[in-house]
Design a protein around this ligand. Structure first.
Ligand code: URA
Ligand code: CA
Length: 436
C-alpha cells in the first residue's frame, strides 16, 4: 500500500477500505507517514467527506492507537456522557452522581479546560482534597463499590487523534463533520463505556454555530456508535447563552450542589433531567424516556443524587460536608456587580465572550501551562428574556484582584457580551432535537 494512492483515492471521491484507513493511522502514529501527506489526506476528506463506514473505521483506528480502558470488571451497562464544550456547563458534576444513584455505573474520565470552555477536572479540584488521579485499579474498584468515579483523563488515550487534531488545527481541516465526529467518538470509545449520551451544543458559545451543522455532527456520531456497537444518543442543546448562572470552577461546584438540592437554575436543571433520563434509559433502568425522566426527577427530589455526590467526594479524598455547606468552597475576595447602562430586555448573551472574560479573570487557561484560580469567575444575574433596569446588575464578577483598570476592562467586556433590546424577546429553546 502506498500513502499517495490512498490520498489520490480520497481526492477523487472514492471510498477507502478498512485496511487503507488503518494503514494511514498506524503509519502516521509510527512516524512513517509524514505530516504533509496526512494534511493532504485531511484536506481531501474535508472536500469529499467520508461514508459512515469510513468514519467508523477511522474512529476505531484512532481508538486503538493508544490505551483503552477495560471496564468489563464493572457489572452493568456503563454509560458515559460527553459535551461538545460549552460555557458554564456544570452537568457532569450533577449527572455522574445522578446516574450512579439510579444504579447506572459511571466510570468517567474528564478533561481540563482550555480557552473559553471549562473542564470538569478543574471544577473537581475546587473541592478540597479531591484526588483527580487514581490508579486504574482504584478507579475500577471505586466504580464497583459506589457506582461512580470521575478522574482526570490520564495515560495515552487516542494519540492518533491528538496528532491529527494538532495537524488539522494548522491546516484548516478542523471543520469537517466526519473528522470531528471520529475525533470525539474515538476518545469516548477508548474510555470504555458501553453507551454514550452526547450533549451537542449549538450556538454562539459552541463549537458548532448553526443548528444544521450540529444536527449533522450528532447524526454522524450516533451512526458511529451504531456501527461499532455502542448505543449512542445525542441531544442538541442551546449554547447561545451560558448554562446556569455560574461560570468558574468553585462557583460551578456550588451551582451543581444547588441543583442537586433542587434549587438550581431552571435551564441547568432541565438539561440534567433530559440528559440524565437518556443515561438511565441507555443503562437499562427505565422502559421509556418518560419513565426515565420521572426517575431522574425523583433522584433529585429525594436527595439520592446529592447523597451520591457526597459518596463520590469522600471516596476520592475530599470533604463531603461541602455538599451541605458550599460556603466551604474557595471564594474570591472581591464581588463586583456589573450594572446595566439602560432599561430593556436581555436579547442575547455572547457565551463565548463570557467564557473568555472568565478566563481573563483567572478561571481558565489561555495556554495549557497557565495556572488557574479556582475561586474566581462570573455569576450572571440576568439571562436572555429577563427584564433589566438601568443600574441593576446584569452580573457579578468574582475576582481576586481589583485594580481599577482591570475591573473596568472586565466590566466593559461583560456589558459588551450582553445585548439589551427595547423589543419583546423570544427565548430560544433549550433542547432543539434528540438524535437516536
Ligand atoms: N473536539 C474534538 O475532540 N475533536 C474535534 O475534532 C473537534 C472538537
Ligand atoms: Ca453554570
Amino acid at each position: 500500500m502506498r500513502t499517495v494512492d490512498i490520498i489520490q483515492k480520497k481526492r477523487d471521491g472514492k471510498l477507502l477500505s478498512t485496511e487503507e484507513i488503518e494503514f494511514l493511522i498506524e503509519g502516521y502514529c509510527s512516524g512513517e507517514i509524514p505530516d504533509y501527506q496526512m494534511s493532504a489526506w485531511a484536506m481531501a476528506v474535508y472536500f469529499n467527506g467520508m461514508s459512515a463506514k469510513e468514519t467508523a473505521d477511522l474512529t476505531m483506528a484512532m481508538a486503538r492507537s493508544g490505551d483503552q480502558a477495560d471496564l468489563t470488571s464493572i457489572p452493568g451497562v456503563k454509560v458515559d456522557k460527553h459535551s461538545t464544550g460549552g460555557v458554564g456547563d456544570t452537568t457532569t458534576l450533577i449527572l455522574a452522581p445522578l446516574a450512579a444513584a439510579a444504579g447506572v455505573p459511571v466510570a468517567k474520565m474528564s478533561g481540563r479546560g482550555l480557552g473559553h470552555t471549562g473542564g470538569t477536572v478543574d471544577k473537581l479540584e475546587a473541592i478540597d482534597g479531591y484526588r483527580v488521579e487514581l490508579t486504574k485499579e482504584q478507579f475500577l474498584q471505586q466504580v464497583r463499590s459506589i457506582g461512580v468515579s470521575v478522574i482526570s483523563q490520564s495515560g495515552n488515550i487516542t494519540p492518533a487523534d491528538k496528532m491529527l487534531y494538532g495537524l488539522r488545527d494548522v491546516t484548516a481541516t478542523v471543520d469537517s463533520i466526519p473528522l470531528i465526529a471520529s475525533s470525539i467518538m474515538s476518545k469516548k470509545i477508548a474510555s470504555g463505556a458501553d453507551a454514550i449520551v452526547l450533549d451537542v451544543k449549538t450556538g454562539s458559545g459552541a463549537f458548532m454555530k448553526t443548528l444544521d451543522d450540529s444536527i449533522r455532527l450528532a447524526q454522524a456520531m450516533v451512526e458511529i456508535g451504531a456501527q461499532v456497537g455502542r448505543a449512542t444518543v445525542a441531544v442538541i442543546t442551546n449554547m447561545d447563552e451560558p448554562l446556569g448562572f455560574a461560570i468558574g470552577n468553585a462557583l460551578e461546584v456550588r451551582e451543581a450542589v444547588d441543583t442537586l438540592q433542587g434549587a438550581g437554575p431552571a435551564d441547568l436543571t432541565e438539561l440534567c433531567l433530559v440528559l440524565g433520563a437518556h443515561m438511565l434509559q441507555l443503562g437499562g433502568k427505565a422502559a421509556s424516556y418518560d419513565e426515565a425522566r420521572a426517575a431522574a426527577g425523583q433522584l433529585l427530589a429525594s436527595g439520592a443524587a446529592l447523597g451520591k455526590l457526597k459518596e463520590l467526594i469522600a471516596a476520592q479524598g475530599g470533604k463531603p460536608a461541602l455538599a451541605d455547606r458550599p460556603e466551604l468552597l474557595p471564594a474570591a475576595e472581591f464581588q463586583v456587580p456589573v450594572p446595566a447602562l439602560e432599561d430593556g430586555t436581555v436579547s442575547h448573551i455572547d457565551a463565548e465572550a463570557l467564557g473568555v472574560t472568565a478566563m481573563m479573570l483567572g478561571a481558565g487557561r489561555a495556554t495549557k501551562e497557565d495556572v488557574i484560580d479556582l475561586a474566581v469567575g462570573i455569576v450572571l444575574r440576568k439571562k436572555v428574556g429577563d427584564r433589566v433596569a438601568a443600574g441593576e446588575p446584569i452580573a457579578e464578577l468574582h475576582m481576586n484582584r481589583n485594580e481599577p483598570m482591570f475591573t473596568e476592562d472586565m466590566t466593559q467586556r461583560m456589558r459588551n457580551a450582553y445585548t439589551i433590546s427595547q423589543e419583546a424577546v423570544e427565548k430560544a429553546p433549550l433542547i432543539y432535537a434528540v438524535v437516536t
